[in-house]
Design a protein around this ligand. Structure first.
Ligand code: PHE
Length: 343
């Protein structure tokens, strides 16, 4: 029996040493130590031994079993290690390979970019920034702006009414009244925001962006307005941009002006954008109408002010030579990408 055990052990060790993977090792375990395995057969045969022989043989069987177990465990470790190495090298990632193209990076929309640029310029002049409601009352949008009900000047701005007294603001000017009725001068503020007009062609959109400006203090004059707006035009277009002011009419400013700048596309020589005049109109402005100051609770004998308002899209179209306002809203990436160079 001792010999049989030795034989089984040496066969088992032999079989273990020949195993190359977990599966064959598992087979060897079953073959020698399993329920119907060779060692189990020997153990079953122990019943036939005499009581004196039994402990001695039991010891030998246990030793043999232990040897096989140890060999299996050791081999198991080796195989697992080899398998892990093989798996790791098969799955190795070459970190030097260029990555697959992923989603493209987005960028700031050209209108937002230009709006921020404009706001930065006015901040540099000492203006603060305010925002107000797009759904506005007739009172702020028109009446406090010196446009009473049934006044013909209402025709200047085609209005989307919600009901008789509520509308989508047609300009950012109602914020002049909202600020003047709540703040004491000195006031220097710009107001960016969306405005709405029933108007739709290559240079007009029913929703567009305006920037309003308001300065109220003692002794503010039309000269201050011209100085600030000329400095603004030089900064947003170019240093050699010239400005000119033409008389105009707005109910809330007196006198009222429109400001033209030398065409930024042709530099004033004449082109399609400026219709060969060398000049383009960019904004409306004027000295705050004393009646508006008084209606808003500021004494027009003590204070005066200037105000201006312009379209962000218009500035962007002139600055970049964009022929159609709709291009800003279509979000065609080929268009948008062109503004992303200095990002
Ligand atoms: N609110 C006027 C417009 O939208 C522009 C403007 C603002 C004119 C301030 C004068 C003063 O047409």
């Amino acid at each position: 029996m001792k010999e049989l055990l030795n034989k089984i052990v040496s066969q088992a060790l032999d079989a273990v040493s020949q195993c190359a993977d977990s599966k064959s090792l598992a087979d060897v375990r079953v073959r020698f130590l399993g329920k119907n395995g060779e060692m189990t057969a020997v153990m079953k045969g122990m019943g036939k031994l005499s009581p004196e022989e039994r402990p001695q043989m039991g010891k030998l069987v246990n030793e043999a079993r232990e040897k096989i177990e140890n060999a299996l465990a050791e081999k198991d470790k080796k195989i697992k290690k080899a398998e892990l190495c093989a798996k790791l090298s098969a799955e190795a990632v070459d970190v030097t390979l260029p990555s697959k193209p992923t989603r493209e990076l987005g960028s700031v929309h050209p209108l937002t970019r230009i709006k921020n640029e404009i706001i930065d310029i006015f901040k540099g002049f000492g203006f603060s920034v305010a925002e107000g409601p797009e759904i506005e009352t007739d009172y702020f949008n028109f009446q406090l702006m010196n446009v009473p009900k049934d006044h013909p000047a209402r025709d200047m701005q085609d209005t989307f009414y919600i009901d008789e007294n509520i509308l989508l603001r047609t300009h950012t000017s109602p914020m002049q009244a909202r600020i003047m009725t709540t703040q004491k001068p000195p006031i220097r503020v710009v107001v960016p925001g969306k405005v709405y007009r029933s108007d739709d062609d290559a240079s007009h959109s029913p929703i567009f962006n305006q920037i309003e400006g308001l300065a109220v203090d003692k002794k503010i004059t039309l000269g201050d307005l011209q100085g600030v707006l000329t400095a603004f035009a030089e900064k947003i277009f170019s240093k050699d941009t010239k400005t000119r002011f033409r008389p105009s009419y707005f109910p809330f400013t007196e006198p009222s002006v429109e400001m033209d700048v030398t065409c930024s596309i042709c530099g004033g020589k004449g082109c399609r954008v400026c219709k060969d005049t060398g000049w383009v109109e960019i904004l409306g402005a004027g000295v705050v109408n004393p009646h508006v100051l008084d209606m808003c609770g500021l004494d027009s004998n003590e204070y005066s002010g200037f105000a201006f308002g312009f379209g962000v899209e218009r500035i962007a179209m002139l600055k970049y030579g964009v022929p159609n306002i709709k291009m800003f809203y279509e979000n065609d990436v080929r268009f948008l990408k062109q503004f992303n160079k200095e990002a």
